[in-house]
Ligand binder design. Sequence first.
Ligand code: NDP
Length: 398
Amino acid sequence: MSKVLIIGAGGVGGVVTHKCAQLTDVFTEIILASRNEEKCKKIAAQLPRAIKTAQVDADKVPELVALLEKEKPELVINVALPYQDLTIMDACLEAGVHYLDTANYEPLDTAKFEYKWQWAYQDKFQQAGLMALLGSGFDPGATNVFTAYLNKHYFDEIHYLDIIDVNGGDHGYPFATNFNPEINIREVTAECRHWEDGKFVETPAMSVKQQFNCPEDVGSYNIYRMYHEELESLTKHLPSIKKAQFWMSFGDNYLKHLEVLGNVGMTGIEPVEFQGQKIVPIQFLKQLLPDPSTLGPRTVGKTCIGVHARGIKDGKEHSAYIYNICDHQACYNEVQSQAISYTTGVPAMIGAKMILEGKWKQAGVFNIEQMDPDPFMEDMNKYGLPWKVIENPGFELI
Ligand code: NDP
């Protein structure tokens, strides 16, 4: 009997709720809570079984604690925004509930993408006998597990790591983001950092690109080097890595819009005074852009997200590429969402399942690559994110 509280009723929250609802044996009771309960009720109405909904402001610890004490779930799945990570972790500690999220904490006023704030909770969670599992989405999430899996089964040591996130989907809008626009734009416009020879090296945002030919029929795309939070935890937990980079595909149209929006100040995160009101430009922009959770019916094409590693196996140079391909329309048909939310929501459900089934349950704060990858990988194949490994695939990245 496991009761779970999901916080956040956006694109990802919808998928997590659908997927948890499919596993009646594991998630025996589900509560979906968000700032706006109407959104929770809309998701609940799509499901084949009854779940509870609730209203909560996750910026407020006492509100969260009251909900946790009333409902007494075993685990919170946090798929609200990265700004709420610490308040939800505080509430979990106070109420004695395990915690899982898909994105690292970020202060509202600086785009940092660092784990230091959440890693600082290690002693508190350990002493409370509770688990906090960080970054159980796709990237971070499945990509970390892919790396741990390659490290366990295909290498003695990984030396070079490239995470490649291609979205070959088309939603037909001139400009829209596939997940929360504010978080997405903060991430894409941030200075690039990659790991090389024991330290992070900074380069301007979007300044390094190359072409990547996806396997199967996904196509060929320009991928751009950018910073992504899993680089910090992976290079900490796999110290054999000499160089680690993250690449994401962007269309020319997306980048042109972003450049113009940046040039006119619309992506700024500092408040500006407008007609006697303080407005944060990027938050206003979010208001104008299509809601990512509405892109599902109109998005066609596939995502291809994977990890390419080079290193040593049995004393010889070895390389391997591991990836998942996900079809936007197939996701929509299953859970009424496009593939970006799907590829995030399914690993969140699997991470939760790992904790509730006791396969990963430990006291403390953990990044997902610290866990045994095998049961998670098995479940990816079972629950909608099948993967393949190509050994010595014969391509080189910059
Ligand atoms: P959305 O903006 O679609 O959804 C966020 C939800 O959280 C909304 O329902 C929002 O409510 C709710 N929310 C925001 N603030 C609060 C609050 N203070 N209290 C309660 N609820 C709140 O985002 P996504 O679903 O696209 O993304 C969700 C999370 O997943 C983000 O943290 C994102 O960074 C992460 N993510 C991770 C990925 C990965 O692969 N690891 C990939 C994609 C996303 P309201 O509707 O009222 O605004």
